[in-house]
Design a protein around this ligand. Sequence first.
Ligand code: NDP
Ligand code: MG
Length: 290
Amino acid sequence: MKELLILGSTGSIGANTLTVVREFSNLYKAKVLTVNSNIDELEKQINEFKPETVVVTSPARAEELKTRIGGEVEILCGIDGLTEVAKRGNYDIMVSALVGFAGLAPTIEGIKLGKRIALANKETLVAAGSLVTDLAKQFGAEIIPVDSEHSAIFQCLAGESHSEIAKIILTASGGPFFKREKHELEKVTVIEALKHPNWTMGSKITIDSATMMNKGLEIIEAKWLFNVPVEKIDVVIHPQSIIHSMVEFVDGSIKAQMSKPDMKLPIQYALTYPGRLASRFVETNFPKIH
Ligand code: NDP
Ligand code: MG
């Protein structure tokens, strides 16, 4: 049984992680959950998953939760609460799925303990890639990417030699505004930008996908994760989001990882790596894919 600390359990990645935990409840336990302020959803998660500890970053919401559920579960609050649970180290895998810079400090604590980090929070590498990768080497922490493109590259590189990488090819769906003319973009609304064609994600990354900024962040993320210069990272538009990314090798061979778009797959892989588990989440019927 592997015990998980899920940073950001009420987010899109957090909720998908709990779906994976539910499916494999004989193998994974959600031991610590953290949220910013969404205590309604957290309360449901507490009832179902029975974590030992939860963190609510908002102090007022943490107090409200205490009055609602009393001593059923340990409740910590604030940014200090986040670093505290990360530092305790009473977990096997940290799922780092906060949004933005807030994810950096607790992720570093997990790395310093040599934990496996299932890393969704790309901002950790964008903001501090050099520091984070150095610490991971120093403390023997495994950073397993959850971002679908980076999970794909990680899977393509299994058993390969780093020196034989010619190019990393990140795929991008193009987002909701693909093929729109520049003048049309002046009139787009936030609501339209929040309608991603292939993925259901938190609002920040969805907006970043609509502007393509997300792909910029992902180039930086790939550079640090796979230790390749940005000159060797290309981006291609692939609106179907079936090929999640590719690696081209020096002999001209290209490996791709494909599946129907569903974040539960890269999340599950980050938990099960180096193995795989049969699951019902994703059925990729190759002949039927357009
Ligand atoms: P969401 O916005 O859906 O969820 C964010 C989570 O973090 C929530 O649990 C939220 O709590 C919590 N949170 C937000 N701000 C803070 C803060 N300041 N302090 C503490 N907790 C906070 O984000 P996503 O799940 O979409 O994304 C998480 C990370 O994963 C991002 O870095 C994103 O780029 C990356 N990612 C996401 C993908 C996806 O499919 N969603 C795909 C690839 C990468 P509350 O609910 O209380 O607000
Ligand atoms: Mg991505």
